[in-house]
Design a protein around this ligand. Sequence first.
Ligand SMILES: Cc1cc2nc3c(=O)[nH]c(=O)nc-3n(C[C@H](O)[C@H](O)[C@H](O)COP(=O)(O)OP(=O)(O)OC[C@H]3O[C@@H](n4cnc5c(N)ncnc54)[C@H](O)[C@@H]3O)c2cc1C
Length: 427
Amino acid sequence: MLSPDGVLGVGCAKDNGSTTTMTKPMTPDDSTTVFDTAIIGSGIVGASVACFAAPHSRVLLLEAESAPGYHSTGRSAALYEPAYGPPQVRALTRASRAFFDQPPPGFASSLLLTPRPAMFVGGPDDIETLRAVHRSLLDAKLPTEWLSMEEALRRVPVLRPEVCACAVLNCSSSDIDVHALLQGYLRQARAAGAQMVADARVAALARSGDGDAAGGIWQVDTVDGRRFHARQLVNAAGASADEVAALAGAAPVGLQPRRRSAFRFDAPAGMDVQGWPAVMAADESWYIKPDAGLLLGSPANADPVHAHDVVAEELDVALGIHRIEAATTLQIRRPRSTWAGLRSFVPDGEPVCGFDRGCVRTALWTWPRPKEQLHLELGSFAIQCVQFVDMRVLAVNLAGFTRFSHKKALTRPPTSSPSSFWQYQAR
Ligand SMILES: Cc1cc2nc3c(=O)[nH]c(=O)nc-3n(C[C@H](O)[C@H](O)[C@H](O)COP(=O)(O)OP(=O)(O)OC[C@H]3O[C@@H](n4cnc5c(N)ncnc54)[C@H](O)[C@@H]3O)c2cc1C
């Protein structure tokens, strides 16, 4: 369905049954239009690239499903947690903060972030892990507190003292309004002229013309027989990114989709949980967070699977319930809803962004320089470090290929200045 302002509806959270579909998909003016860039996939990554690229070039955004955000983006726990993930992801998450706090005018009608501290808890065996979390927060100059067991219990009275020897509070964590974020990107992309087509699963990619440098054109065929043309492809297909790369004859980046399951359940009777922090086990074996009057729980699993429309396995949910009940006095009789989504990883868990070496001959937005298919895969943390995307558009213009180095990401967070971005890149 189109929203009142004419923006593509956003399907958020498959679990709540409220996935919005587009009844009137937009189509390009005619099948002979040659777009500068065809972006494949309209999750948070594809939508954000479309937003930043559309003011500079003719953008086509193709989505396999009837609504953007149907896959991982609509199934997340919606947490902005700068202490979570590998070093580069943490640096990018911190660097994204400014965008969340001050998005462009008209981007969203409400705040994108609502403060929600995150509390990492653990038993005596986890003290070193918790100290490391605390140190990394202090090093990053993020507001943090080391909590005694009593202080942790005051914040979340259901914690079992024997399981929670101490805790670290990250006061800079927040809930992300993922729906508003995704819709903001799509709205801005469309306002800048991007064309968006739903129910357009890309099934074949081929080069036509001389196939060389800026002269070559990509033919993008969808499963239902439609054909689009573009000078450059952006692969933002999430867990399916390697499959899309293969269609273009590009080398896979070795993505491993991993299932993460989650469920919502009733808060204890008479207890107002809305002000609780998100609570995460130091060993990453479970987490809970308040969610619209209920609690969201997860076994924090990362089970390798092939890319598909994944559902929560009963065993995942049972494991999550077991671990949460062992660490707290919560009793989870029956979850109100369950769901699962895919988080995709390369071996070091860091983001992937760059041109494929084996897939030459696409043109750049404004540069008449031969370039290759652009891979974009922010792995399992795309939402919280998504502002980085405008940096990636700069990457397209400036550098062509980048796999960011941990060291530089930590010491030189990206800024919006092209020149400093250039220095930030590393091979
Ligand atoms: C349970 C869970 C909790 C999470 N919690 C958080 C969190 O708290 N914070 C956070 O930052 N991240 C979290 N994540 C991770 C986050 O959801 C993902 O990193 C992010 O949504 C990935 O975005 P994406 O755009 O790459 O992928 P997706 O949202 O999956 O988008 C990819 C799109 O590409 C489309 N597509 C695929 N193939 C084709 C094709 N052939 N043709 C056309 N379109 C195609 C798909 O239909 C899909 O819409 C969580 C994930 C899960 C599952």
